[in-house]
Design a binder for this molecule. Structure first.
Ligand code: LLP
Length: 435
């Protein structure tokens, strides 16, 4: 994050005073630092260039934060985009991203989503027999002009890693991907379809991972898959190891750097291909969190507070689980600062509560902060990934605005929702209308 404390003792991000931003754009406010997002994109890109002899392509897993501006920035840095639904695909295309570098995921793509995908020309990461059969059927029934469809196969690697249960995906008991025991059947079926151009294999083992070994094991296993595909005459040219590199949310988190994560994966693939006498595939990965997670903060206004003597002090902010559902969903831990009191020592231990009608709507337990009062601006760090993208309108809170900051300038990238926006899709049947 390009952050510093300015002469007013306020937090500044991308050269913009956070207090001024909140005055101008309101709160809660997502503040996205353009420079640090671009830097992370380049670190991924350059690490592959440096450590891999073959071709490579980094994709941004846009589920972390899918909106027009973010897609445009990452595409502008030469990254492709991983989309996980028709809606994400639509947004990526509207942002101007090139369909050649868009990959569609999901474990249950609808027929309509598959039609949208083949018409757009993106690559489809086929997850299961249902999708495979639907694609074959589409090619026989009016969508043949787009065939052969460019596909990859997602396989369950059976590789476990240490992270939250909800975000582990590599173990055999997972809803994602073909069962690796059915690999022969899958390759055989695919090899018989002239309407399918199978260019690659894909796997993703989970998210917020700090270990490096699982991805190295995965890379080695995937080269085995390439070898097997060749036996069926399928020329696999792309190998996608997914995403998953963790980030630092709190001081004690110690994830590998992007370079440290990329390097051994490249080495394993090169070594395995060499010993199997296989040509080097194009190597892909699709990070989300580690590209965007630390590049954004959320600013809130502090309002009410409640001290229960001897037990706890709560301070409440004007957002909560609707703009950041991660603490209540995964017990995620965040760090916060008071943007207008940056040099005031942190002498208080407080629990930061949201404003939703749920006791569990707590953003941070036992945060160390300077003494606060209503009107102070609390900033939660590291909210770039899976915050806006998982936000809701619970309690009919309008979704916050987001601004992109850089070189002292701020541009709106998501408008704050209004009350009118909240009822835009509501329908009041005639007979319920008050006459
Ligand atoms: N590729 C696939 C197929 C994925 O399913 C995911 C994440 C990624 C790439 C990107 O993973 P990353 O680099 O961001 O770890 N909502 C959860 C995270 C869910 C991740 C889902 N898949 C959270 O807030 O922690």
């Amino acid at each position: 994050l390009t952050a510093r404390v300015n002469k007013n003792d306020n937090l500044e991000i991308g050269g913009c005073d956070v207090i001024t931003l909140v005055k101008q754009f309101g709160s809660p406010l997502y503040i996205l630092d353009e420079e640090s997002l671009r830097t992370a994109c380049r670190q991924y890109r350059d690490s592959f260039k440096q450590y891999y002899k073959g071709e490579s392509q980094v994709l941004y897993a846009s589920k972390a934060w899918n909106c027009l501006a973010v897609c445009a920035i990452v595409a502008g840095e030469g990254l492709g985009i991983d989309v996980a639904s028709g809606g994400e695909l639509f947004t990526a295309l509207e942002s101007g991203a090139d369909a050649d570098k868009i990959y569609l995921h999901s474990n249950n793509k609808s027929r309509d989503e598959l039609i949208f995908a083949v018409e757009s020309g993106c690559t489809i990461v086929v997850d299961n027999w249902y999708e495979l059969n639907t694609l074959v059927e589409l090619a026989q029934s009016g969508y043949s002009q787009h065939a052969p469809y460019r596909i990859m196969l997602r396989l369950t690697p059976g590789i476990d890693c240490h992270t939250h249960d909800y975000i582990r995906t590599g173990q055999l008991d997972s809803k994602f991907g073909f069962d690796p025991n059915a690999l022969d059947d899958v390759f055989e079926k695919v090899s018989q379809q002239s309407s399918l151009n199978c260019v690659g294999v894909h796997a993703h083992i989970g998210s917020q991972i700090f270990e490096r070994q699982p991805h190295q094991d995965l890379a080695a296993l995937m080269v085995e898959w390439l070898k097997k595909a060749a036996k069926y005459g399928i020329q696999i040219t792309e190998l996608n190891v997914g995403g998953g590199l963790g980030i630092r949310y709190i001081e004690s988190d110690d994830p590998p750097t992007i370079e440290e994560w990329v390097k051994p994966i490249c080495e394993v693939v090169e070594k395995a291909c060499k010993s199997e006498n296989l040509p080097l595939p194009k190597l892909l990965c699709e990070p989300g969190r580690s590209l965007i997670g630390t590049t954004c903060v959320t600013a809130y206004n502090i309002g009410a507070s409640k001290e229960i003597p001897g037990i706890r002090k709560y301070i409440a902010v004007d957002g909560g689980m609707s703009d950041n559902p991660r603490p209540i969903t995964y017990q995620s831990i965040y760090r916060a600062v008071v943007a207008n009191k940056m040099s005031v020592p942190s002498t208080e231990t407080v629990t930061i509560a949201g404003k939703h009608c749920e006791s569990g709507d707590i953003l941070i337990n036992d945060a160390q902060l300077p003494p606060t009062e209503s009107g102070d601006i609390l900033v939660v760090m590291g909210t770039g990934a899976y915050n806006y993208s998982m936000s809701s309108n619970y309690n009919r809170l309008p979704k916050p605005a987001a601004v992109l900051v850089g070189n002292g300038e701020a541009s709106l990238i998501l408008q704050r929702e209004s009350y009118q926006d909240l009822i835009r899709q509501d329908c009041l049947p005639e007979r319920l209308k008050k006459s």
